[in-house]
Design a protein around this ligand. Structure first.
Ligand SMILES: [Zn+2]
Length: 157
């Protein structure tokens, strides 16, 4: 695993920087806390100017994360592949004042790449992860089992 780096945002853009890396769950503490138990995510971060001729970071992420299905509570590998464009802004005020739907982050001299990538991953994940189809053992009749036990418990009382 490549150790996450810190970049100077504007210098990275001026140099047309390219940074490639791979992030495991140990580099993604907020994901780990949210119940994600594993990940292998390759990313490519590039710097350049966008269509509006403003500096931006482009991020491409490809890999998968292991989440917990909220229906059967089993593990599910969620494939993740997306690209994001982040215009570099001078300040939080500039971001707050903009209302054009362009995603922005504040340019800094010490931008933590892992944090930046994790922010985008969190945005890309489903709010409530679920298998499309839970496996037969835990899935199709899994919903009925608890209520059957509850019914039994009610009879015993
Ligand atoms: Zn499931």
């Amino acid at each position: 695993m490549l150790q996450p780096a810190v970049i100077d945002g504007l210098a990275f853009v001026r140099a047309a920087g390219v940074l490639k890396g791979r992030l495991g769950i140990e580099s993604l503490p907020r994901l780990a806390r949210s119940g994600c138990s594993g990940s292998v995510l390759d990313f490519v971060l590039t710097g350049g100017n966008n269509e509006r001729d403003k500096p931006e970071l482009r991020l491409a992420v490809d890999g998968s994360v292991r989440l917990q299905c909220q229906r059967c509570l089993g593990a599910m590998d969620f494939p993740l592949r997306f690209e994001a464009q982040l215009e570099l802004a001078a300040s939080e005020d500039e971001i707050a004042a903009a209302d054009d739907g362009i995603e922005r982050i504040v340019a800094a001299r010490d931008m933590d790449v892992a944090v930046l990538v994790e922010d985008e991953i969190i945005l890309a994940l489903p709010m409530v992860p679920k298998h499309e189809q839970c496996s037969a053992a835990e899935g199709s009749d899994g919903g009925a089992k608890p209520s059957a036990f509850q019914a039994l418990a009610a009879l015993k009382n």
